[in-house]
Write a protein that binds this ligand. Structure first.
Ligand SMILES: NC(=O)c1ccc[n+]([C@@H]2O[C@H](COP(=O)([O-])OP(=O)(O)OC[C@H]3O[C@@H](n4cnc5c(N)ncnc54)[C@H](OP(=O)(O)O)[C@@H]3O)[C@@H](O)[C@H]2O)c1
Length: 293
């Protein structure tokens, strides 16, 4: 009988909802939060104003089972972090650090989702020992939390991710964005020379739960070993969907981004694969599943 319990903070989000779903099948219990308006499934917890202690049932804090909290909550839009710097810091840094400290006081083991944007994005293929050098406000906010977590609770798991995609058409991610453009007969315009390690969200969910249950700690890169030029991934999507729309590439400077976009964010995830044996879904299979759903 598995007696692990999970708390997924940000379980209404893209990745958090999949982690919550997987935790429900691999643990005795999983509870989740969203930022407002609680539902039957999710409690309300706002990082800016709430204490996690008050937002989660006592049973979770008092349980003698192994307890994990996976922090998926974040303002994750790069430009929003830059344009709303104070507000995003309140959530992504101050509120997240307060959450971490509360979870530690309850003896809960923490997993935190971080990003490849902690690197400079010039070369790609980053391993866990590569030097960090964030170029965006979003990346800088993640670094502050990573550093706090490794100082205050080094037994925690930090998982850095690159671009995450999904195979469910109703969810919001790269493939649904491209499907919508194709439906509208519009070209898919990609940042030229941008290389990613696109990874299926369910693979991330399985791997994070496995990493927690296997007691892995420290900083790890979780990424599909396949790397793609963004435009090549879009071409693969167009070819498999038969939509016939054109894929265009434009230099990053031609886009009206508010904050820096990196060209080489792909990660070397080989250490995590060797430690856990997790396997990743190829992008061809992920696209086919998306198109046939
Ligand atoms: N998606 C990617 O490609 C990707 C890549 C690398 C790293 N990551 C990291 O993975 C994590 C999850 O990303 P995601 O794409 O799943 O993000 P998402 O879909 O935007 O979900 C964000 C979650 O955070 C919650 N949240 C936002 N503001 C909050 C607040 N003030 N208080 C409490 N909760 C709040 C949201 O709740 P409500 O919906 O209820 O507001 C939602 O559940 C993030 O840390 C992100 O940086 C994502």
């Amino acid at each position: 009988m598995n007696t692990d319990r999970f708390l997924v903070v940000g379980a209404s989000g893209f990745i958090g909802s999949h982690i919550h779903e997987h935790a429900q099948t691999s643990a005795a219990d999983s509870i989740g939060t969203k930022s407002s308006s609680p539902t039957d499934q999710l409690s309300a917890f706002d990082l800016r104003t709430d204490s996690i202690t008050d937002c989660v049932a006592r049973e979770f804090w008092d349980s003698g089972d192994r307890r994990f909290a996976v922090i998926c909550s974040c303002i994750s839009q790069i430009d929003r972090c830059f344009l709303e710097r104070e507000q995003s810091r309140q959530v992504n840094v101050e509120g997240t650090i307060r959450l971490i400290d509360d979870l530690r006081r309850h003896g809960v083991r923490i997993a935190f989702l971080s990003t490849s944007h902690v690197f400079d994005g010039n070369v790609g293929g980053y391993s866990e020992s590569a030097a960090i050098d964030p170029q965006s406000e979003y990346g800088r906010q993640k670094v502050v939390v990573e550093e706090h977590l490794m100082r205050a609770a080094p037994e925690s798991l930090i998982v850095r991710l690159d671009k995450i995609v999904g195979d469910r058409p109703a969810e919001s991610h790269l493939f649904s964005e491209w499907r919508d453009l194709a439906k509208a007969g519009r070209n898919i315009v990609c940042i030229a020379d941008q290389v990613l390690s696109p990874t299926l969200v369910d693979d991330v969910a399985r791997a994070v739960i496995a990493g927690c249950q296997q007691g892995i700690s420290g900083i790890w890169h979780l990424a599909n070993p396949e790397q793609f030029l963004r435009a090549d991934l879009a071409q693969l999507f167009v070819a498999r969907s038969g939509s016939g729309v054109a894929v265009e590439e434009k230099p990053v400077g031609d886009f009206a981004f508010a904050d820096v976009r990196l060209l080489r964010t792909f990660l070397d995830g080989s250490r995590f694969i060797a430690a856990t044996g997790v396997e990743f879904t190829s992008m061809s299979v992920a696209i086919d599943r998306f198109l046939s759903s």
